[in-house]
Design a binder for this molecule. Structure first.
Ligand code: PLP
Length: 305
């Protein structure tokens, strides 16, 4: 969303016109990446606009903030209510992306962020549709390693972490791929620049554990729940690069990407180079769930209207 996405944003408890929601050039977060954020999707259907796992995202925002001692002045319920009220205020009825962001404001060049440092929270909503091609994507292994827990905690969805993703994305796009998979510092598979990764081999599903420097994705957990309830065994374990080339299926999960198969890795087809049956099953189930068409998953949805 490079242009105006809606009439209003929510800024520190108030609705502010999109063009008036600006920050000073000395905002600390602009210089040092001291911000945490979330990416949430809402799905417009003939019945309603459904926000997917709103509370879980706001809880993660709080956890990310706490790692960096960023004071988040609104509790999870207040943030969820603010999101709902903003969607209603801008009369959002179509599928959209929701971006809550908590950032450090004017704090000079002092790196000692404490609970007393000035923070601001903004919630932005804009229309959003598909991110990747549904039929599957071509990925590569990045030459950039995923950030490690001993330097920049991957479990925190912090703005500064995304410089690592930017480098990996630039490299993959330069080389004509859709997405990059990063290895962790030990050389095991970690995750993509903005998604978690799953591997299917002999009907068994594996995904790197959080010890492989992954973000604990909410779509990852959703896919694991769908797979588990569909009778598949899912293992969280270290995964090697070669296992990816030898997989029957590979797929990515993420709020923006949703669930998408990797059909080729480093130019080599994965199995027959088409979306695999287990990926398809989970992807299709996910698409039904987010639109409120599966009763047992309705608790994950917040209707706006
Ligand atoms: C680095 C990274 N990994 C994984 C994910 C997937 O997380 P989620 O499913 O919560 O969107 C994201 C997206 O937010 C991400 O940026």
């Amino acid at each position: 969303m490079r242009n105006k996405g809606a009439e209003f944003v929510w800024f520190d408890g108030k609705f502010v016109k999109w063009e008036d929601a600006t920050i000073p050039v000395m905002a600390h977060s602009l210089h040092y990446g001291t911000a945490v954020f979330e990416g949430i999707r809402a799905y417009g259907t003939e019945n309603n606009l459904f926000i997917f796992r709103l509370e879980d995202h706001m809880k993660r925002l709080h956890r990310s903030a706490s790692i960096y001692c960023l004071e988040l002045r609104n509790n999870v319920k207040e943030l969820c209510d603010a999101t709902l009220r903003l969607a209603q205020k801008i009369v959002m009825k179509r599928s959209c992306y929701i971006r809550p962001l908590t950032f450090v404001g004017l704090h000079g060049i002092d790196l000692n962020i404490t609970k007393e440092s000035p923070t601001h929270t903004v919630i932005i909503i804009f229309p959003f549709e598909r991110y990747f091609n549904e039929e599957g994507i071509r990925a590569c292994i990045s030459s950039w390693r995923r950030i490690h827990d001993n330097s920049s905690p991957p479990l925190a969805k912090a703005a500064g972490n995304y410089l690592n993703s930017v480098l990996a994305t630039q490299e993959c796009k330069r080389n004509g791929y859709d997405e990059s998979i990063m290895l962790d510092i030990h050389g095991n598979v970690s995750e993509a620049s903005g998604e978690n990764i799953f591997l299917v081999k002999n009907n068994k599903i594996s995904t790197p554990s959080i010890a492989s420097s992954t973000l604990e994705g909410i779509t990852r957990e959703t896919a694991m729940t769908i797979a588990h309830r569909s009778g598949y065994n899912i293992v969280e374990r270290p995964i090697t690069r070669t296992e990816l080339y030898m997989a029957d299926e590979l797929f990515l999960t993420g709020t923006a990407a949703e669930i998408v198969g990797i059909t080729h890795l480093d130019g080599k087809p994965i199995c027959d180079g088409k979306e695999g049956p287990i990926t398809k099953k989970i992807r299709e189930m996910y698409a039904q769930i987010v639109c409120g068409r599966v009763g047992e998953y309705m608790e994950w949805l917040t209707p706006v209207w």
